[in-house]
Design a protein around this ligand. Structure first.
Ligand code: ATP
Length: 464
């Protein structure tokens, strides 16, 4: 016992009294871009795609923690946009649709970015994003750009074994169009009356000219979009409602209000289908940039698809005896981009008792691992209790059992991946049937009977 206590104390474990607090000193400086990328790589949130072959430029794979974070972001979105509402339903449409969809939506003709090429180094850039329109950011040469030409962002492929013009298809550049083409199907089967929304999340593809900033802008990414259909007279009110609602969603999930703001699009920024758009912007390490756009898309899409398909996609309001194209308010967010922003926002470095501590203060709903179960030693009787505790928790929460290294290092690792609670099984557990629960943020430690552990954690983490 004395040996075990010594081991724990040496390693930073501290058998608590009723409640124990450490004094923290916060270092509030925002993390650099490299810091976040290094953490994401080191802890296996994100890997380079095809890494063993040298990587594929700006394509990424999500590792065990990354996939959990991403899934949690998507679940939180689905919960707030679909599950908790009685006026929004879900959809999962195909990535490859008939090419006419993209002709009608304007993506074939208008989904272009202006591309310039440097005559000196042959690097290609998106003209509207250059800091200095006369200077190549790759080689520094001046006056070497070609004239800007339109570059269509859609990925093309062919359906079937022989590639020909007749079987050209596109990978969807947004999930929204699958919603518009299913407007009547969904309305009918779900027996919906205006106003109502259809939500969808999934992969989208854009052949971006300048992808970059890690997972912020990639060619394959995940979107979370909802099309909210309403009478045109109510469209402005719903637009304001959804702008506020979506802004609040990020705050409710713990984003620092200093790092998030709304910005209205200027007249010349508006997409061809929109009469009003506001972006939710995040203060990324390189400056303010878009997380999500909320747009009033008018009746553009339903009208276009009606015209092109010959199917009447108007809504019939029985009470008013009126048939019309509903207006659409669209909150369109990036799941991969949001996960990245939550990661940046959660990153904190502190000094605790003169030692540095890195902690991800992720909201527990987003944290990849909710509870870590840590036996103080690898002795069989402790491991046996650990297994029992883990079995009780596993059906309810994503947990991890870690038996390696000194307890202090294990705490530090869990802090660094944002695990809200560490449960330590120590030698006293064998006598008193209790474990120590350590809170990630306050580092307070509570002694809790194993029989009460699920309730204790359930109160703090939710039902699981
Ligand atoms: P941006 O101005 O950053 O290119 P956008 O205005 O073209 O974005 P939308 O068409 O409004 O983007 O798409 C909705 C959301 O999808 C964006 O707010 C963003 O979060 C996400 N998104 C768009 N393009 C990408 C991309 N290449 N990589 C990752 N996420 C993206």
């Amino acid at each position: 016992m004395a040996g075990a206590a010594g081991y724990g104390a040496r390693a930073g474990y501290h058998r608590p009294g009723p409640r124990t607090h450490f004094r923290l000193r916060f270092l509030m400086a925002a993390p650099s871009f490299e810091t976040i990328v290094n953490l994401a790589r080191k802890r296996g949130f994100v890997f380079r795609a095809s890494e063993i072959y040298g990587g594929l430029r700006s394509a990424y794979d999500y590792g065990p923690l990354g996939v959990a974070l991403l899934r949690n972001v998507k679940s939180a979105w689905w919960r707030s946009m679909v599950q908790l509402r009685d006026d929004v339903v879900g959809l999962d449409s195909a990535i490859i649709q008939a090419p006419q969809v993209w002709e009608a939506s304007g993506h074939v003709g208008q989904f272009n970015d202006p591309l310039v090429e440097c005559g000196n180094c042959h690097a290609r850039h998106r003209f509207d994003r250059l800091e200095d329109p006369d200077r190549c950011p790759t080689c520094g040469a001046r006056g070497t750009f070609t004239d800007a030409r339109d570059f269509n962002l859609m990925f093309r492929t062919h359906m079937g074994p022989v590639a020909s013009d007749s079987n050209l298809v596109y990978l969807r550049p947004e999930t929204a169009q699958g919603i518009f083409t299913n407007f009547e199907n969904v309305r009918r089967v779900a027996r919906l009356k205006l106003p109502f929304g259809i939500a969808q999340l999934g992969k989208s593809f854009r052949n971006e000219i300048t992808p970059g900033q890690f997972v912020f802008r990639t060619r394959e990414f995940e979107q979370m979009e909802m099309e909210f259909f309403t009478h045109r007279d109510d469209a402005d009110d719903w637009y304001r409602y959804w702008v506020e609602e979506r802004y609040q969603w990020y705050l409710d999930l713990g984003m620092n209000p200093d790092n998030i703001k709304l910005r209205s699009h200027t007249e010349d920024e508006l997409a061809h289908y929109a009469v009003a758009t506001q972006d939710v912007e995040y203060r990324f390490p390189w400056g303010w940039d878009e997380l999500e756009g909320i747009a009033n898309r008018t009746d553009f899409d339903l009208r276009q698809h009606s015209q092109a398909s010959g199917k009447d996609l108007r809504y019939f309001d029985q009470a008013a005896g009126e048939r019309f194209f509903p207006y659409v308010i669209e909150p369109a967010a990036g799941a991969t981009r949001a996960a990245f922003a939550f990661l940046i926002d959660a990153y904190h470095q502190e000094t605790v008792r003169d030692a540095p501590r890195t902690v991800l203060r992720l909201d527990s709903r987003l944290a990849p691992i909710k509870v870590a179960v840590l036996p103080l030693s690898k002795k069989p009787d402790l491991v046996e209790v650990t297994d029992r505790v883990a079995e009780a928790l596993r059906p309810r929460w994503d947990i991890e059992v870690d038996v390696t290294q000194a307890i202090g290092r294990r705490y530090r690792r869990q802090d660094e991946i944002g695990t809200p609670y560490c449960v330590t099984v120590d030698f006293d557990t064998l006598d008193d049937g209790a474990v120590t629960v350590r809170d990630r943020d306050t580092m307070a430690q509570d002694r809790i009977g194993i029989g009460q552990l699920c309730d204790y954690l359930g109160e703090r983490l939710g039902a699981g």
